[in-house]
Design a protein around this ligand. Structure first.
Ligand code: HEC
Ligand code: HEC
Ligand code: HEC
Ligand code: HEC
Ligand code: HEC
Ligand code: HEC
Ligand code: HEC
Ligand code: HEC
Ligand code: HEC
Ligand code: HEC
Length: 299
């Protein structure tokens, strides 16, 4: 995305439009406020929709143009009224003359106090020139809230593919939203998850896995994602690999569980029955069972 806008910058420079790009926001700043009624004189197709929208309703009783009308987002419009073109007003979206940051600033003028949005500058979206209006639509419907997961899938096709695999978090079913695990605006954590670590995030909904256990399975304490894919997998229970391959990626040559001896030959060991280690080692996330039984994660 950064590359695209650099490209756009170069293209504009080549056609001599760079000066325009740089002066557009300045033009708006030099203009004065004219009021929504003036705007709607020409943009009457937007009136019904805007009046019925959350922003429109919130401001219905107010008369301060800077804070309560079209110009609260689009900037003062006198220059645009004199010369109606896209260059004389703040616009939003990919084709805008304003940078993604400038577009977002128009919204942050009012929304920066929200705790949800406080870390916007830290987030990947701000860094990759995704702006507020990439997810929120002001002129469509009553609420500008984003439709999920469709809005996200527009850019995160890889996650869409994962979240539609046979084993998945019920995202498609609408029971879990991207927003439950991520703050799309920004966080201090990796991948903008809503907790300090993957494990803490998982415990929010899978409290039974939190422990503490008498017998801990080291990789479980360390990182749930050493065995589970968070969005979805083609192996059951969101596993990154199927059992026994998963277990053997760490426990490969281990006494009687030696890969070659257990699963080959005409008389395979009873330990390999059904090829499922978890038939016996059932409490794979940790156990309270006494002594050796617990230590080996049996019931
Ligand atoms: C005199 C008529 C007129 C008035 C008044 C007017 N506009 Fe416009 N506006 C236009 C025209 C015509 C265009 C289309 C320019 C183009 O397509 O190049 C436009 C374009 C726009 C755009 C860009 C649309 C796009 O496709 O990106 C925005 C945003 C906009 N106006 C907002 C406003 C606001 C806010 C006000 C009030 C401050 C306002 N307009 C007042 C005629 C008007
Ligand atoms: C809360 C911020 C906000 C307010 C208030 C607002 N707009 Fe917009 N406007 C946007 C954004 C963002 C877009 C880009 C498309 C979208 O997200 O819906 C946009 C798009 C537009 C467009 C071009 C696209 C289209 O739908 O034709 C015009 C013209 C426009 N606005 C005019 C107006 C007018 C006139 C008003 C007042 C009645 C107004 N806007 C109030 C944020 C705002
Ligand atoms: C002049 C102040 C102002 C500006 C500028 C503004 N908003 Fe708002 N916004 C509000 C108010 C007031 C509400 C009504 C609900 C509330 O009190 O939070 C609101 C509501 C919202 C909501 C819904 C919140 C909810 O809980 O349902 C979203 C999303 C939103 N705005 C996004 C935007 C975006 C995106 C922009 C920029 C294109 C923008 N706003 C610009 C004042 C503003
Ligand atoms: C990557 C997509 C995305 C971007 C970019 C984004 N938002 Fe949001 N925003 C969401 C989602 C998802 C929610 C959760 C509610 C919903 O829309 O269903 C939300 C919620 C909100 C809310 C209501 C919740 C609250 O507690 O305040 C506001 C206001 C808001 N966003 C404003 C903004 C502003 C301002 C920006 C730009 C600085 C922005 N958003 C950028 C996706 C996004
Ligand atoms: C307009 C495109 C766009 C939309 C829409 C979008 N994203 Fe993103 N998102 C990006 C880009 C670009 C990145 C940067 C990393 C990359 O290139 O994948 C990113 C990164 C992320 C990251 C990883 C952050 C990190 O630190 O690695 C998460 C999580 C994310 N987005 C969640 C969401 C969610 C949830 C939604 C829907 C509410 C959403 N995105 C909507 C473009 C988008
Ligand atoms: C159950 C929690 C959960 C849900 C629901 C969820 N995610 Fe994630 N997501 C994670 C975790 C955990 C990571 C971090 C993986 C890592 O880096 O260790 C992640 C990573 C990501 C990343 C960055 C790495 C990558 O895989 O590309 C993106 C982008 C992302 N998620 C987008 C989304 C979107 C879009 C949705 C909704 C369709 C979504 N996530 C739903 C937990 C979740
Ligand atoms: C917002 C709540 C939430 C969070 C956070 C969450 N999950 Fe889940 N998880 C669910 C729900 C709901 C189900 C479906 C339960 C059901 O169908 O009985 C589920 C199911 C699962 C399943 C079983 C899937 C199956 O096929 O039966 C696994 C494994 C799982 N989650 C692992 C994780 C991991 C690992 C994390 C951390 C990255 C995590 N979850 C975070 C809500 C959550
Ligand atoms: C060493 C690999 C491994 C790690 C690490 C791991 N799991 Fe699992 N998990 C499994 C296996 C294997 C199954 C399937 C058990 C079965 O099929 O009976 C499973 C099943 C699940 C299930 C669905 C069945 C149930 O017991 O509820 C959930 C939920 C789950 N894990 C959550 C987590 C969470 C949360 C973490 C991190 C705290 C985690 N797992 C870490 C291997 C692991
Ligand atoms: C990411 C690596 C990893 C994966 C995957 C993994 N384990 Fe482990 N496992 C460990 C580590 C590390 C220990 C602790 C070893 C020690 O204390 O000597 C351990 C301990 C154990 C123990 C107790 C060993 C003892 O000597 O008491 C059993 C039983 C066990 N794992 C079974 C499994 C099974 C079954 C699976 C597959 C569902 C599995 N493990 C997947 C890393 C892993
Ligand atoms: C039929 C039941 C059964 C199956 C199936 C089984 N195990 Fe075991 N496993 C045991 C028993 C019993 C012990 C304890 C041996 C002891 O206490 O000396 C054990 C011990 C272990 C240990 C601890 C190290 C050791 O040698 O004592 C590991 C690691 C282990 N199993 C991993 C696995 C893996 C990986 C699989 C799948 C390939 C698997 N087990 C399948 C019953 C089983």
């Amino acid at each position: 995305m950064r590359r695209m806008s650099l490209f756009r910058l170069k293209a504009l420079a080549a056609t001599g439009c760079l000066a325009l790009l740089l002066t557009a926001p300045v033009l708006a700043a030099e203009a004065s406020y004219v009021g929504s009624e003036t705007c709607l004189g020409c943009h009457d197709d937007l009136e019904a929709g805007f009046t019925a929208s959350l922003h429109g309703k919130a401001w219905a009783a107010e008369g301060v143009y800077e804070e309560s009308g079209c110009e609260a987002c689009h900037g003062p419009g006198s220059a645009h009224v004199d010369d109606p073109s896209k260059e004389t007003i703040i616009t939003f979206g990919e084709d805008s003359m304003q940078s993604a940051d400038q577009q977002s600033d128009a919204c942050l003028a009012c929304h920066s106090a929200s705790q949800e949005i406080a870390l916007w500058d830290m987030g990947m979206h701000a860094k990759r020139e995704v702006s507020c209006s990439s997810c929120h639509s002001i002129h469509k419907g009553y609420s500008p809230l984003a439709a999920m997961p469709e809005t996200c899938y527009g850019c995160h096709l890889d996650v869409k593919i994962e979240a539609n695999k046979a084993s998945r978090h019920p995202i498609r079913e609408g029971e879990v939203g991207c927003n439950d695990c991520h703050n799309p605006h920004g966080t201090l954590s990796k991948a903008q998850i809503r907790d300090e670590s993957t494990n803490q995030l998982c415990y929010q909904c899978h409290a039974d896995k939190r422990g503490p256990f008498l017998w801990e399975h080291a990789p479980v304490e360390k990182d749930c994602s050493s065995c589970h894919a968070p969005h979805g997998s083609r192996h059951k229970k969101l596993l990154t690999q199927r059992v026994p391959n998963l277990c053997q990626s760490c426990h490969e040559r281990h006494g009687v569980y030696d890969k070659e001896r257990v699963f080959t030959g005409s008389d395979p060991s009873r330990f390999a029955y059904g090829r499922s280690c978890v038939n016996c080692h059932q409490n794979i996330h940790g156990s309270w069972a006494p002594n050796r039984r617990g230590a080996k994660f049996f019931k």
